[in-house]
Design a protein around this ligand. Structure first.
Ligand SMILES: NC(=O)c1ccc[n+]([C@@H]2O[C@H](COP(=O)([O-])OP(=O)(O)OC[C@H]3O[C@@H](n4cnc5c(N)ncnc54)[C@H](O)[C@@H]3O)[C@@H](O)[C@H]2O)c1
Length: 510
């Protein structure tokens, strides 16, 4: 699988390098022609003199020097990352790379011994042409070919499974802003309050249903090119409430959804996994580090990842996003996540309890989590298909003690109590891959998240952070885990869940 993908990528890059090289030569040809015509009109060079100057400068001096263009373009990321940038950023960076390359080439051309040099008018025309051509040609290509192939006859429809949750409710709004059509499949375990205000949006279709139910999934995937799968029983304590349901929703449903997606010709399948697959380790974990799940929740994520990657084909392109622990405000705030919970406790009670304290965790703002998903949806499938990305930012790897210190900078009177327990989950994570391939970096740090939660409390937007609606585990304790409403479906799910692709689930629970 990997080999043809790498080859295709290399061929694509080679084509773009060649096209840029040809464009630069054409720009010089036009510039010299303009200068020649101008010199004739102004009574300077004769046509023969002009032709000689053109040949000697263009062929002997400029052509070898013009290799600087592909070199600078590639250093600037135009061949590897440009299609994951926003359009204005792509234009801007293309123009900057072209301007720098032109400056270096024209200056170096003057310094070459014996070089006839370039008339100032030709230098000016050349520089203008390449500065416009480098970003322009990319924009035209994207507009003519990629947008068309991505969207078919109208804006592309993205199915967000679990779109009414903490991350999903932000993602759905983001995708609507970016002009996608969005279909949400969610069984609304925690209600619809997080998406109620967008339900009337003309490009949003909401389907209440269960991702374990094949009929719901078939209906939801009809006509869809991309799926973002966020639905899950989220978190270790929530999964520990009911192992069978957790296995079914978090793993068996993924297996069934893969088959339906393939049948419905869904091309992209973006799966929300978690950095908790790394378990406990002193190393800095990268996407090629061996997962070591130490909870059922993490084990179901690893099993789903494996099922998805094994299903990759010419037409089915799964992408695995291993999110850091999320924090921050969303239409469905969660206070069962460490930063949010500690912030709420500091604000409301003035006392926070840190268990152990020295364990490392990577953190990620919920808006940045949604942005990362949108980036992956906008990136070429040949780049992101079959890939795993850790989603977060190197600067947001913290120990829990660091988090308590950050909270004290916002709530200075907070007392911090230290206790020991058996939770030894600790991992530091590298986010280099998503940064270098997709240019992704976090826009909000932990302190910004703490401040926005403080503001929500100050303004009365959140009153009782202990309400079960804000905590998956408390809600499921109170209302029970969601049951099947279809006997046959339940049997299918049980069969898929009880046939794990690895022994991790069993090992994690034992
Ligand atoms: N929040 C985090 O810190 C974090 C970290 C890493 C990974 N993730 C992953 O990101 C995804 C989203 O997390 P979240 O924090 O938004 O969770 P969430 O619990 O707020 O949202 C999950 C959504 O899925 C829906 N859902 C659950 N079971 C369903 C089913 N059987 N059928 C249809 N819908 C169902 C729920 O109603 C809810 O709207 C999850 O897969 C989670 O494992 C989250």
């Amino acid at each position: 699988m990997k080999e043809p993908k790498t080859l295709a990528r290399t061929r694509g890059i080679a084509l773009r390098v060649t096209a840029d090289f040809v464009l630069v030569q054409a720009a010089m040809f036009i510039a010299l022609t303009v200068a020649g015509v101008y010199s004739q009109v102004a009574g300077g060079y004769s046509p023969r003199e002009y032709l000689n100057a053109l040949r000697s400068y263009h062929l002997l001096v400029f052509t070898p020097l013009s290799l600087v263009f592909p070199l600078f373009y590639s250093l600037g990321g135009l061949y590897t990352r440009a299609r994951s940038w926003t359009s204005p950023s792509r234009l801007w960076r293309g123009a900057v790379c072209a301007a720098l390359s032109a400056g270096v080439v024209l200056l170096a051309g003057r310094l070459v011994p014996g070089s006839p040099g370039l008339p100032r008018s030709a230098a000016l025309v050349f520089a203008l042409l390449v500065i416009v051509a480098a970003p322009g040609v990319r924009l035209v290509k994207d507009t003519l070919f990629e947008e068309d192939s991505r969207s078919g006859s109208g804006p592309e429809t993205v199915l967000v499974v679990g779109g009414a949750g903490y991350i999903g409710s932000i993602l759905v709004r983001k995708l609507l802003q970016r002009k996608y059509r969005v279909r949400v499949l969610d069984n609304l375990i925690y209600g619809d309050s997080a998406i109620r205000d967008v339900l009337g949006h003309p490009r949003l279709e909401f389907q209440k249903g269960d991702c374990r139910n094949i009929k719901d999934v078939v209906k939801a995937m009809a006509g869809v090119r991309s799926v973002v799968h966020l639905a899950a029983i989220v978190g270790d304590p929530a999964c520990d409430q009911d192992h069978q349901t957790a296995r079914e929703i978090n793993y068996a449903a993924t297996r069934m959804m893969i088959e339906v997606a393939k049948g419905e010709k869904v091309g992209r399948f973006v799966f929300a996994s978690s950095c908790s697959v790394y378990g406990a380790s002193d190393e800095v974990m990268t996407e090629i580090s061996e997962p070591c799940p130490i909870s059922l929740y993490a084990a179901t994520k690893v099993d789903s990842e494996e099922a998805l990657l094994a299903a990759e084909s010419e037409t089915f392109h799964p992408t695995i996003l291993r999110f850091a622990t999320i924090f921050g405000l969303s239409p469905r705030p969660r206070f069962d996540l460490v930063v949010n919970l500690l912030t709420a406790k500091a604000r409301q009670e003035g006392l926070i309890t840190i268990f152990n304290g020295e364990q490392w965790r990577p953190f990620l703002h919920v808006h940045d989590a949604a942005e990362a998903i949108a980036r992956v949806l906008g990136a070429p499938v040949e780049l992101v298909g079959g890939e795993i990305y850790n989603i977060g930012d190197q600067r947001l790897n913290y120990t829990l003690t660091n988090i308590s210190e950050l909270i004290r900078t916002v709530f200075p009177r907070t007392r911090v109590e230290h206790m020991e327990n058996t939770d030894r989950r600790s991992y530091r994570v590298s986010f280099d891959k998503v940064h270098s391939q997709l240019g992704f970096e976090c826009s909000r740090d932990v302190k910004a998240g703490i401040l926005e939660l403080k503001q929500a409390f100050d303004e009365g937007a959140i009153v009782d952070y202990k309400h079960p609606l804000y905590s998956n585990v408390k809600y499921l304790e109170k209302h029970g885990t969601p049951r099947h409403n279809d006997e046959t479906g339940a049997q299918v799910m049980a069969a898929l869940a009880n046939k794990p692709s690895s022994s991790r689930a069993a090992a994690a629970v034992a």
